[in-house]
Design a protein around this ligand. Structure first.
Ligand SMILES: [Mg+2]
Length: 401
Protein backbone atom coordinates (compact mmCIF):
# COMPACT_ATOMS: atom_id res chain seq x y z
CA UNK A 1 0.00 0.00 0.00
CA UNK A 2 1.50 3.29 -1.00
CA UNK A 3 1.68 5.89 1.71
CA UNK A 4 -0.64 8.86 1.66
CA UNK A 5 1.02 12.11 0.54
CA UNK A 6 0.15 15.78 0.26
CA UNK A 7 0.04 16.43 -3.46
CA UNK A 8 -1.16 20.03 -3.70
CA UNK A 9 -2.05 23.08 -1.63
CA UNK A 10 -4.58 25.50 -3.09
CA UNK A 11 -5.43 28.88 -1.67
CA UNK A 12 -9.00 30.00 -2.29
CA UNK A 13 -9.86 33.68 -1.91
CA UNK A 14 -13.50 34.63 -1.79
CA UNK A 15 -15.66 37.45 -0.41
CA UNK A 16 -19.28 36.28 -0.67
CA UNK A 17 -20.48 38.99 1.69
CA UNK A 18 -17.77 41.56 1.20
CA UNK A 19 -15.40 40.19 3.85
CA UNK A 20 -12.18 38.86 2.34
CA UNK A 21 -11.87 35.18 3.33
CA UNK A 22 -8.85 32.97 2.71
CA UNK A 23 -9.32 29.20 2.78
CA UNK A 24 -6.66 26.56 2.19
CA UNK A 25 -7.40 23.28 0.45
CA UNK A 26 -4.84 20.53 1.00
CA UNK A 27 -5.10 17.73 -1.56
CA UNK A 28 -3.72 14.24 -1.15
CA UNK A 29 -2.62 11.29 -3.22
CA UNK A 30 -5.93 9.58 -2.47
CA UNK A 31 -8.40 10.72 -5.14
CA UNK A 32 -11.12 12.89 -3.64
CA UNK A 33 -9.47 13.14 -0.21
CA UNK A 34 -8.74 16.73 0.76
CA UNK A 35 -9.05 19.02 3.75
CA UNK A 36 -9.98 22.67 4.33
CA UNK A 37 -8.48 25.17 6.73
CA UNK A 38 -9.17 28.80 7.61
CA UNK A 39 -6.31 31.24 6.92
CA UNK A 40 -8.36 34.42 7.05
CA UNK A 41 -6.55 37.58 8.11
CA UNK A 42 -8.88 39.93 6.35
CA UNK A 43 -6.79 43.08 6.82
CA UNK A 44 -3.70 41.49 5.15
CA UNK A 45 -5.03 38.56 3.10
CA UNK A 46 -2.54 38.85 0.24
CA UNK A 47 0.39 38.56 2.64
CA UNK A 48 -1.06 35.29 3.96
CA UNK A 49 -1.64 33.98 0.42
CA UNK A 50 2.03 34.66 -0.40
CA UNK A 51 3.21 32.97 2.82
CA UNK A 52 1.26 29.84 1.91
CA UNK A 53 1.97 29.67 -1.80
CA UNK A 54 5.63 30.67 -1.71
CA UNK A 55 6.77 29.06 1.53
CA UNK A 56 4.41 26.56 3.20
CA UNK A 57 3.23 24.81 0.06
CA UNK A 58 6.73 23.73 -1.02
CA UNK A 59 7.45 22.85 2.61
CA UNK A 60 4.56 20.38 2.96
CA UNK A 61 4.31 18.87 -0.53
CA UNK A 62 5.11 15.17 -0.35
CA UNK A 63 4.59 14.98 3.41
CA UNK A 64 2.27 12.43 5.03
CA UNK A 65 -0.90 14.37 6.00
CA UNK A 66 -1.32 12.13 9.03
CA UNK A 67 1.70 13.77 10.70
CA UNK A 68 -0.20 16.84 11.88
CA UNK A 69 1.91 17.65 14.92
CA UNK A 70 5.23 17.16 13.19
CA UNK A 71 4.14 19.23 10.19
CA UNK A 72 2.91 21.93 12.57
CA UNK A 73 6.15 22.03 14.57
CA UNK A 74 8.48 21.92 11.59
CA UNK A 75 6.51 24.44 9.52
CA UNK A 76 6.29 26.77 12.52
CA UNK A 77 10.07 26.83 12.91
CA UNK A 78 10.80 26.79 9.18
CA UNK A 79 11.01 30.58 8.92
CA UNK A 80 13.38 30.75 11.93
CA UNK A 81 11.60 34.01 12.90
CA UNK A 82 8.09 32.91 13.69
CA UNK A 83 4.69 33.85 15.05
CA UNK A 84 2.67 36.86 13.99
CA UNK A 85 -0.73 36.95 12.29
CA UNK A 86 0.56 36.41 8.73
CA UNK A 87 2.62 33.29 9.41
CA UNK A 88 0.15 31.93 11.99
CA UNK A 89 -2.78 32.25 9.60
CA UNK A 90 -0.81 30.55 6.85
CA UNK A 91 0.03 27.73 9.24
CA UNK A 92 -3.58 27.50 10.40
CA UNK A 93 -4.78 26.99 6.84
CA UNK A 94 -2.58 23.91 6.53
CA UNK A 95 -3.13 22.68 10.10
CA UNK A 96 -6.92 22.79 10.08
CA UNK A 97 -6.97 21.12 6.68
CA UNK A 98 -4.88 18.25 8.06
CA UNK A 99 -7.33 17.77 10.94
CA UNK A 100 -10.15 17.78 8.38
CA UNK A 101 -8.32 15.09 6.39
CA UNK A 102 -7.67 12.97 9.47
CA UNK A 103 -11.33 13.15 10.44
CA UNK A 104 -12.35 12.09 6.95
CA UNK A 105 -9.88 9.19 7.08
CA UNK A 106 -11.25 8.11 10.44
CA UNK A 107 -14.81 8.70 9.23
CA UNK A 108 -15.33 10.79 12.36
CA UNK A 109 -16.06 14.45 13.07
CA UNK A 110 -13.02 16.33 14.37
CA UNK A 111 -14.70 16.74 17.78
CA UNK A 112 -14.50 12.96 18.12
CA UNK A 113 -10.75 13.05 17.50
CA UNK A 114 -10.48 15.72 20.21
CA UNK A 115 -12.15 13.55 22.86
CA UNK A 116 -15.81 13.41 21.91
CA UNK A 117 -18.85 15.39 22.93
CA UNK A 118 -18.94 17.29 26.21
CA UNK A 119 -22.21 18.93 25.17
CA UNK A 120 -24.80 18.71 22.42
CA UNK A 121 -24.36 22.24 21.10
CA UNK A 122 -22.39 25.43 21.65
CA UNK A 123 -24.45 28.29 23.11
CA UNK A 124 -23.79 31.51 21.22
CA UNK A 125 -23.71 35.14 22.11
CA UNK A 126 -25.27 37.58 19.72
CA UNK A 127 -24.37 41.21 19.10
CA UNK A 128 -26.93 43.89 19.93
CA UNK A 129 -26.03 47.50 19.28
CA UNK A 130 -27.76 50.78 18.63
CA UNK A 131 -27.57 54.51 18.29
CA UNK A 132 -29.21 54.90 21.70
CA UNK A 133 -30.41 52.79 24.63
CA UNK A 134 -33.83 52.24 23.05
CA UNK A 135 -32.35 50.81 19.87
CA UNK A 136 -30.00 48.55 21.84
CA UNK A 137 -32.98 47.40 23.91
CA UNK A 138 -34.96 46.56 20.77
CA UNK A 139 -32.09 44.55 19.36
CA UNK A 140 -31.58 42.69 22.64
CA UNK A 141 -35.28 41.85 22.62
CA UNK A 142 -35.07 40.62 19.01
CA UNK A 143 -32.31 38.15 19.93
CA UNK A 144 -34.13 37.01 23.07
CA UNK A 145 -37.18 36.19 20.97
CA UNK A 146 -34.94 33.96 18.84
CA UNK A 147 -33.83 32.02 21.90
CA UNK A 148 -30.54 33.71 22.76
CA UNK A 149 -29.58 33.82 26.43
CA UNK A 150 -26.23 35.60 25.99
CA UNK A 151 -26.10 39.01 24.33
CA UNK A 152 -23.29 41.50 23.86
CA UNK A 153 -24.51 45.09 24.09
CA UNK A 154 -22.73 48.12 22.60
CA UNK A 155 -24.11 51.64 22.24
CA UNK A 156 -22.93 54.53 20.10
CA UNK A 157 -21.39 57.49 21.86
CA UNK A 158 -22.95 60.55 20.22
CA UNK A 159 -20.50 62.21 17.86
CA UNK A 160 -17.94 59.43 18.21
CA UNK A 161 -16.79 56.57 15.96
CA UNK A 162 -17.83 53.90 18.46
CA UNK A 163 -16.70 50.29 18.22
CA UNK A 164 -19.56 47.85 17.66
CA UNK A 165 -22.26 50.41 16.92
CA UNK A 166 -23.37 52.48 14.04
CA UNK A 167 -21.24 55.49 14.64
CA UNK A 168 -21.17 59.16 13.94
CA UNK A 169 -18.20 61.44 13.79
CA UNK A 170 -17.30 64.98 14.53
CA UNK A 171 -16.54 67.19 11.52
CA UNK A 172 -16.50 64.27 9.09
CA UNK A 173 -13.46 62.68 10.71
CA UNK A 174 -13.63 59.43 12.70
CA UNK A 175 -13.23 60.69 16.23
CA UNK A 176 -13.04 59.01 19.61
CA UNK A 177 -12.79 60.19 23.18
CA UNK A 178 -12.74 57.65 26.02
CA UNK A 179 -14.36 59.66 28.79
CA UNK A 180 -17.88 60.13 27.31
CA UNK A 181 -17.85 56.39 26.52
CA UNK A 182 -16.88 55.49 30.09
CA UNK A 183 -19.71 57.65 31.41
CA UNK A 184 -22.28 56.18 29.01
CA UNK A 185 -21.65 52.43 29.28
CA UNK A 186 -22.69 51.94 32.95
CA UNK A 187 -25.94 53.75 32.17
CA UNK A 188 -26.57 51.40 29.26
CA UNK A 189 -26.28 48.38 31.54
CA UNK A 190 -28.38 50.03 34.21
CA UNK A 191 -31.05 50.47 31.53
CA UNK A 192 -30.77 46.89 30.27
CA UNK A 193 -30.94 45.38 33.76
CA UNK A 194 -33.96 47.58 34.58
CA UNK A 195 -35.63 46.46 31.34
CA UNK A 196 -34.74 42.77 31.19
CA UNK A 197 -34.01 41.83 34.80
CA UNK A 198 -31.32 39.44 35.94
CA UNK A 199 -32.03 36.35 33.87
CA UNK A 200 -30.29 37.48 30.70
CA UNK A 201 -26.48 37.18 30.38
CA UNK A 202 -24.94 40.45 29.20
CA UNK A 203 -21.50 41.00 27.69
CA UNK A 204 -19.56 44.07 26.60
CA UNK A 205 -16.40 44.73 24.59
CA UNK A 206 -14.17 47.72 25.44
CA UNK A 207 -12.03 46.83 22.41
CA UNK A 208 -8.90 48.35 23.98
CA UNK A 209 -10.39 51.79 23.39
CA UNK A 210 -9.64 53.52 26.71
CA UNK A 211 -6.56 54.26 28.84
CA UNK A 212 -5.89 51.36 31.25
CA UNK A 213 -6.90 53.18 34.42
CA UNK A 214 -10.24 54.16 32.88
CA UNK A 215 -10.82 50.54 31.89
CA UNK A 216 -10.24 49.54 35.51
CA UNK A 217 -12.74 52.16 36.65
CA UNK A 218 -15.29 50.95 34.11
CA UNK A 219 -14.85 47.31 35.15
CA UNK A 220 -15.50 48.32 38.77
CA UNK A 221 -18.57 50.37 37.89
CA UNK A 222 -20.00 47.53 35.82
CA UNK A 223 -19.58 44.97 38.60
CA UNK A 224 -23.05 45.58 39.96
CA UNK A 225 -24.63 44.72 36.59
CA UNK A 226 -23.15 41.21 36.71
CA UNK A 227 -21.75 40.89 33.22
CA UNK A 228 -21.05 37.45 31.82
CA UNK A 229 -17.81 39.01 30.69
CA UNK A 230 -16.14 42.30 29.91
CA UNK A 231 -13.86 41.97 26.92
CA UNK A 232 -10.49 43.47 26.02
CA UNK A 233 -10.17 46.09 28.76
CA UNK A 234 -6.53 46.58 27.70
CA UNK A 235 -4.50 46.43 24.54
CA UNK A 236 -2.11 43.47 24.32
CA UNK A 237 0.70 45.96 24.92
CA UNK A 238 -0.79 46.76 28.34
CA UNK A 239 -1.43 43.29 29.72
CA UNK A 240 0.52 43.93 32.93
CA UNK A 241 -2.51 45.94 34.03
CA UNK A 242 -4.52 42.74 34.47
CA UNK A 243 -2.75 42.13 37.76
CA UNK A 244 -4.02 45.48 39.05
CA UNK A 245 -7.50 45.03 37.63
CA UNK A 246 -7.87 41.63 39.25
CA UNK A 247 -7.32 43.04 42.73
CA UNK A 248 -10.16 45.52 42.33
CA UNK A 249 -13.17 43.86 40.78
CA UNK A 250 -14.89 40.52 40.28
CA UNK A 251 -16.21 41.51 36.85
CA UNK A 252 -15.32 38.47 34.69
CA UNK A 253 -12.71 39.32 32.08
CA UNK A 254 -12.32 38.03 28.51
CA UNK A 255 -9.20 38.74 26.52
CA UNK A 256 -7.25 37.69 23.56
CA UNK A 257 -8.56 38.19 20.03
CA UNK A 258 -5.37 40.09 19.15
CA UNK A 259 -3.01 37.57 20.70
CA UNK A 260 -0.68 35.77 18.31
CA UNK A 261 2.02 34.40 20.61
CA UNK A 262 1.88 32.07 23.58
CA UNK A 263 4.04 34.45 25.59
CA UNK A 264 1.10 36.86 25.54
CA UNK A 265 -1.51 34.50 26.93
CA UNK A 266 0.30 31.90 29.03
CA UNK A 267 1.13 34.26 31.94
CA UNK A 268 -2.43 35.64 32.06
CA UNK A 269 -3.85 32.13 32.33
CA UNK A 270 -1.18 30.74 34.65
CA UNK A 271 -1.68 33.63 37.08
CA UNK A 272 -5.49 33.40 36.84
CA UNK A 273 -5.84 36.99 35.63
CA UNK A 274 -8.55 36.37 33.04
CA UNK A 275 -11.69 34.22 32.94
CA UNK A 276 -12.22 33.66 29.22
CA UNK A 277 -9.67 33.16 26.45
CA UNK A 278 -10.81 34.92 23.29
CA UNK A 279 -8.16 34.07 20.73
CA UNK A 280 -8.86 33.98 17.03
CA UNK A 281 -7.82 30.40 16.33
CA UNK A 282 -6.24 30.99 12.93
CA UNK A 283 -4.24 33.87 14.41
CA UNK A 284 -2.50 31.59 16.91
CA UNK A 285 -1.64 28.96 14.30
CA UNK A 286 -4.72 26.74 14.02
CA UNK A 287 -6.45 23.88 15.72
CA UNK A 288 -3.29 22.18 16.98
CA UNK A 289 -2.29 25.21 19.05
CA UNK A 290 -5.87 25.96 20.11
CA UNK A 291 -6.52 22.47 21.50
CA UNK A 292 -3.36 22.76 23.62
CA UNK A 293 -4.38 26.22 24.76
CA UNK A 294 -7.86 24.99 25.73
CA UNK A 295 -6.37 22.15 27.78
CA UNK A 296 -3.94 24.53 29.46
CA UNK A 297 -6.84 26.87 30.31
CA UNK A 298 -8.76 24.01 31.92
CA UNK A 299 -6.06 23.63 34.57
CA UNK A 300 -6.49 27.27 35.60
CA UNK A 301 -10.26 27.68 35.55
CA UNK A 302 -10.25 29.70 32.35
CA UNK A 303 -13.06 29.06 29.88
CA UNK A 304 -13.00 29.31 26.10
CA UNK A 305 -14.74 32.02 24.09
CA UNK A 306 -13.14 31.72 20.66
CA UNK A 307 -13.28 34.82 18.47
CA UNK A 308 -16.11 34.26 15.99
CA UNK A 309 -16.92 37.35 13.90
CA UNK A 310 -17.54 37.50 10.15
CA UNK A 311 -13.83 37.59 9.41
CA UNK A 312 -13.50 34.02 10.59
CA UNK A 313 -14.44 31.94 7.53
CA UNK A 314 -17.17 29.30 7.97
CA UNK A 315 -14.33 26.74 7.92
CA UNK A 316 -12.85 28.56 10.91
CA UNK A 317 -16.26 28.55 12.62
CA UNK A 318 -16.42 24.79 12.07
CA UNK A 319 -13.02 24.50 13.79
CA UNK A 320 -14.28 26.68 16.66
CA UNK A 321 -17.31 24.42 16.96
CA UNK A 322 -15.22 21.23 17.08
CA UNK A 323 -13.41 22.63 20.12
CA UNK A 324 -16.60 24.03 21.66
CA UNK A 325 -18.13 20.57 21.61
CA UNK A 326 -15.08 18.64 22.80
CA UNK A 327 -13.60 20.95 25.48
CA UNK A 328 -14.95 20.59 29.00
CA UNK A 329 -14.01 24.19 29.85
CA UNK A 330 -16.09 25.70 27.06
CA UNK A 331 -17.50 29.08 28.09
CA UNK A 332 -19.41 30.63 25.20
CA UNK A 333 -19.10 31.04 21.43
CA UNK A 334 -19.36 34.35 19.58
CA UNK A 335 -21.67 33.95 16.63
CA UNK A 336 -21.79 35.01 13.05
CA UNK A 337 -25.03 34.38 11.22
CA UNK A 338 -23.92 33.13 7.81
CA UNK A 339 -25.73 34.98 5.00
CA UNK A 340 -27.21 33.05 2.10
CA UNK A 341 -24.32 33.76 -0.31
CA UNK A 342 -21.80 32.54 2.24
CA UNK A 343 -23.78 29.34 2.86
CA UNK A 344 -23.83 28.71 -0.89
CA UNK A 345 -20.04 29.00 -1.08
CA UNK A 346 -19.56 26.81 2.00
CA UNK A 347 -21.96 23.84 1.91
CA UNK A 348 -22.25 22.37 5.40
CA UNK A 349 -21.91 25.67 7.30
CA UNK A 350 -22.48 24.97 10.99
CA UNK A 351 -26.18 25.07 11.81
CA UNK A 352 -27.45 27.82 14.09
CA UNK A 353 -30.77 27.50 15.93
CA UNK A 354 -32.21 28.33 19.35
CA UNK A 355 -29.24 30.53 20.24
CA UNK A 356 -26.69 27.77 19.71
CA UNK A 357 -24.44 26.27 17.05
CA UNK A 358 -25.01 22.57 16.43
CA UNK A 359 -22.44 20.06 15.24
CA UNK A 360 -23.12 17.57 12.48
CA UNK A 361 -21.93 13.97 12.40
CA UNK A 362 -20.19 14.50 9.06
CA UNK A 363 -16.53 13.42 9.08
CA UNK A 364 -13.75 15.96 9.45
CA UNK A 365 -14.77 19.57 9.97
CA UNK A 366 -18.03 18.72 8.22
CA UNK A 367 -17.83 21.62 5.78
CA UNK A 368 -16.95 21.98 2.11
CA UNK A 369 -16.27 24.75 -0.36
CA UNK A 370 -17.93 25.13 -3.75
CA UNK A 371 -15.08 26.62 -5.77
CA UNK A 372 -17.34 27.68 -8.64
CA UNK A 373 -19.51 29.63 -6.20
CA UNK A 374 -16.43 31.03 -4.45
CA UNK A 375 -15.10 32.32 -7.78
CA UNK A 376 -18.24 34.45 -8.19
CA UNK A 377 -17.06 36.62 -5.30
CA UNK A 378 -13.56 37.96 -5.94
CA UNK A 379 -12.02 40.25 -3.37
CA UNK A 380 -13.55 43.74 -3.65
CA UNK A 381 -11.44 46.83 -4.20
CA UNK A 382 -11.21 48.48 -0.80
CA UNK A 383 -9.82 51.85 0.27
CA UNK A 384 -6.26 51.43 1.58
CA UNK A 385 -6.52 47.83 0.32
CA UNK A 386 -8.57 46.97 3.39
CA UNK A 387 -6.38 48.56 6.04
CA UNK A 388 -8.24 50.25 8.86
CA UNK A 389 -8.27 54.04 8.49
CA UNK A 390 -7.13 55.92 11.58
CA UNK A 391 -9.53 57.07 14.27
CA UNK A 392 -8.30 60.11 16.16
CA UNK A 393 -8.93 61.87 19.41
CA UNK A 394 -10.11 65.47 19.29
CA UNK A 395 -6.51 66.65 19.53
CA UNK A 396 -5.58 64.50 16.52
CA UNK A 397 -3.86 61.63 18.32
CA UNK A 398 -4.49 58.29 16.62
CA UNK A 399 -5.98 55.64 18.89
CA UNK A 400 -5.73 51.87 18.90
CA UNK A 401 -9.01 50.55 17.63
MG1 LIG B 1 -13.73 41.71 20.58
Amino acid sequence: MSQLRITDVKVICTAPNGIRLVVVKVLTSEPGLYGLGCATFTQRPHAVVTAIEEYLKPFVLGRDPDDIEDIYQTAYASSYWRSGPVLNNALSGIDQALWDIKGKRANMPVYQLLGGKCRECAPLYAHASGRDFKEVEENVQRWREQGYRYIRAQVAVPGMATYGSRSMSVAGRPTWEPTPYCRLVPRLFEHLRATFGDEIELLHDIHERVPPIQAIGLAKELEKYHLFFLEDPFAPEDIDYFRILRQQTATPIAMGELFVNQNEYVPLIRDRLIDFIRVHISDIGGLSMARKLAAFCEFFGVRTAWHGPGDVSPVGHAANLALDIACWNFGIQEQTVFPEETRAVFPGCPEIRDGAMWPSDRPGLGIDIDEKEAAKYPFPDLPLNGSWAPIRRLDGTAIRQ
